[in-house]
Design a binder for this molecule. Structure first.
Ligand code: GAL
Length: 692
């Protein structure tokens, strides 16, 4: 384990020094806000920047969506207005993040070059007057992108007032699929590159089924669900199209990154902001950026959260998940857009709970972020987002509730910085729990395409497991399967359906060397093409988990069966593996009813110096999974701190931060000698406590 600790320390040191190039460690987190000077009377800019400074902001973010103002005619650039805005921002000690304006091409562009527009399944082209309606596969759009980004980079690339760059905005097409000719051409090339021969493609896609055989790559179309009579003959093409789209999106972002890097100073960073696992993108594909950042809106009508006020705070795990997903790739990240208050685009738009915005800020800080940026400074007076709160309201000067909470957070952060000490080591007992959650988009795409039960939702299942782990006060890195696992005492790979031999061997070696692995139902069932293995069911992982998988069962939404763990019984209905444990394997949970009553659902075994736990049953709430996960840490001899439901506790730079997302007052678990810096021992809903 000594070696492991050293590896962890070296790893964190490497990312730490890298981050120092752009961020000052002693500031820990810097806070900023979006501003759209082009939308406001220039006579108000100075006042607005002054207000930002007065509130405590340290940077601002501009130029996103302003292509029409930056290049009013093809090849004619106007940077005067932006020069003025940058100058005024600097006057008020605000660094500037500039954004390339490519999500919103000007009308001259799309009228002159309609081939750059996204084409829908029915052949219609996207219209001017929206955003992300450009095709990232279009050679013309790439050329025009290169022109505007080069002009911007040459103009601002050595400007010390500019801190860094964001490319595009939430690149994703918002889930729209582009069926245009450039996409088709590139898809065929991508397939050719991947499979080399059409026979290999036929094998991988399983085209012997339903007479699907192709004889040439030129016969291949973009999979189009609206043109199918009886569903798709094979799901592999759909997964391949997702993989291709994600690569294509990354390639477009990478093009902009190259143009920027060729023209800007090394002290300016380049990033882009992704929503979580949404749309036609894979954030981790963008490895060439300095880091990837994220955008998050916890309250927009899509979750009921915890208790009767949870809908005003959001899911307890959401911000932590984003922190832990975006940070490990490069050891640094920031939230580019954090919800400022009520928004306009949710299914319904509730006011966040009083204090929730501040709790989100602290939660983002606690996850090791280098910066936090609020979306947006002023509430717009027109445009589709006019109901969207800003830091200040419709009069441009009155601080809204979120604005006040930002101010409070930034005041608190300035106080906290006084207590900052360099190189504070992670507390030993916390480091001993360090967990890697292995994730990839492939499994999300594949299982969501072929659900097998309408109740399956890969993201929900994975985040339920994540949330169970976080409730034990555990530091988590969400990582790809290629990550070196030796620095993680615990590794979990939830519903990791597509595997190969090398991956199973890697996991086995990890365990034999002393690691503790948690696997779950729907792991190892398929190869990378989404085919079953020609072997007994579950064979790929049977040896590793010490059990055979006899079969699995799915039940309906209203139909629950029972599974027993210790003296507690849980309802389940999503997925149930029925296991036959080997003689050395411990059975932890058994089914309590149905025709397989008494058979094993979840098992645990020792292997070499480590342990393997297998959770075979998937419940709606995830409480059963949570119990098993806790038991897995216990059995591995790793003490954890169980927090009250809805409480997230994270450690950063010597500070412990607890945020309460539940609707009740809770008492947070902390050591007796804890010195409270912010808040108190009992935390109200949306409350925050910070201690040393
Ligand atoms: C984000 C988007 C912003 C803005 C915001 C409104 O997802 O990136 O441009 O539209 O939503 O909440």
């Amino acid at each position: 384990m000594k070696k492991t600790l050293l590896a962890t320390l070296l790893l964190s040191f490497a990312s730490f020094t890298f981050a120092q190039q752009f961020f000052s460690p002693e500031k820990m987190v810097e806070t900023g806000v979006y501003y759209y000077p082009e939308a406001w009377n220039p006579s108000q800019w100075d006042r607005d920047f002054q207000k930002m400074e007065d509130m405590g902001f340290e940077f601002t973010h501009m130029a996103e969506f302003a292509w029409a103002q930056l290049e009013p005619k093809e090849g004619e650039y106007d940077f005067q207005w932006l020069d003025k805005a940058v100058e005024l921002a600097a006057k008020h000690h605000l660094k500037v993040i500039l954004c390339t304006p490519t999500p919103t091409p000007p009308v001259w562009l799309t009228r002159k070059y309609p081939e750059v527009l996204v084409q829908f399944a029915n052949g219609n082209l996207a219209q001017h007057g929206t955003r992300e309606h450009y095709s990232w596969s279009s050679p013309k759009y790439r050329e025009l992108t290169t022109n505007i980004v080069t002009a911007l980079a040459k103009h601002y690339g050595n400007d010390k007032r500019v801190w860094g760059w964001q490319i595009d905005n939430e690149p994703s097409h918002y889930g729209a699929i582009d069926y245009g000719t450039s996409v088709l051409i590139n898809f065929r090339t991508w397939l050719q590159h991947k499979y080399q021969t059409i026979d290999h493609l036929n094998q991988a896609w399983g085209t012997a089924f339903w007479s699907g055989i192709y004889s040439d790559f030129n016969e291949i179309e973009i999979p189009n669900p609206s043109r199918l009579t009886a569903g798709a003959a094979s799901y592999t093409p759909l997964v391949d199209f997702k993989r291709f789209s994600a690569d294509e999106c990354a390639d477009y972002i990478s093009l902009q990154n190259k143009v920027l890097k060729a023209n800007i100073s090394k002290s300016q960073f380049v990033t882009t902001n992704f929503m979580n696992q949404n749309g036609e993108a894979d954030p981790w594909n963008n490895k060439d950026l300095d880091f990837i950042s994220y955008t998050i809106y916890p309250v927009a009508g899509y979750t009921s959260g915890l208790g009767n006020q949870g809908f005003r705070m959001g899911d307890p795990w959401r911000i932590s998940w984003a922190n832990d997903f975006f940070r490990p790739l490069k050891g640094m990240t920031g939230v580019m857009e954090l919800q400022p208050g009520q928004v306009n685009w949710g299914s319904y738009n509730a006011q966040p709970y009083p204090g929730a915005v501040r709790a989100w800020l602290w939660n983002a800080f606690a996850g090791g972020l280098n910066f936090i940026c609020s979306y947006r400074f002023r509430q717009p007076l027109y445009g589709s987002e006019q109901f969207h709160y800003g830091m200040v309201g419709t009069d441009g000067v009155t601080e809204l509730s979120g604005g006040k909470q930002y101010r409070q957070f930034m005041d608190e952060m300035r106080e906290l910085r006084k207590l900052y000490k360099t190189n504070t080591l992670m507390p030993k007992e916390y480091a001993a729990r360090k967990t890697a959650l292995i994730y990839n988009m492939d499994n999300q795409w594949e299982t969501d395409i072929q659900k097998q039960t309408y109740l399956w939702n890969q993201y929900n299942f994975v985040t339920n497991c994540y949330s169970a782990i976080k409730s034990l006060t555990v530091p988590v890195d969400i990582v790809g399967e290629d990550r070196d696992l030796s620095g993680y005492p615990v590794v979990i790979a939830p519903a990791y359906q597509m595997v190969d031999k090398a991956l199973i061997e890697k996991w086995t070696t990890y365990v034999k060397n002393g690691g503790n692995l948690i696997l779950t139902a729907r792991t190892g069932l398929k190869d990378r093409n989404g085919h079953f293995f020609e072997a007994p069911w579950g064979d790929a992982i049977s040896k590793l988990i010490g059990a055979k998988i006899e079969m699995f069962d799915n039940l309906g939404a209203e139909l629950f069966a029972k599974v027993k763990l210790g003296d507690k019984t849980y309802n389940w209905n999503i997925w149930g593996d029925i296991l036959i444990p080997d003689s050395e394997t411990e059975t932890w949970a058994t089914y309590a009813d149905q025709f397989y009553a008494g058979k094993a659902s979840s098992v645990h075994r020792k292997l070499g110096k480590g342990t393997v736990t297998y959770i075979g049953t998937v419940t709606k709430e995830g409480t059963f999974e949570k119990e098993i996960i806790q038991k897995a840490y216990q059995s591995a001899g790793i003490p954890v701190e169980v927090q009250p439901n809805g409480v997230m506790v994270n450690w950063r730079n010597g500070f412990w931060v607890a945020t309460n997302y539940s609707s009740d007052n809770v008492t947070v678990n902390m050591p007796e000698n804890a010195k409270i810096i912010v808040g108190c021992n009992e935390i109200a809903p949306a409350g925050v406590t910070v201690w040393r």
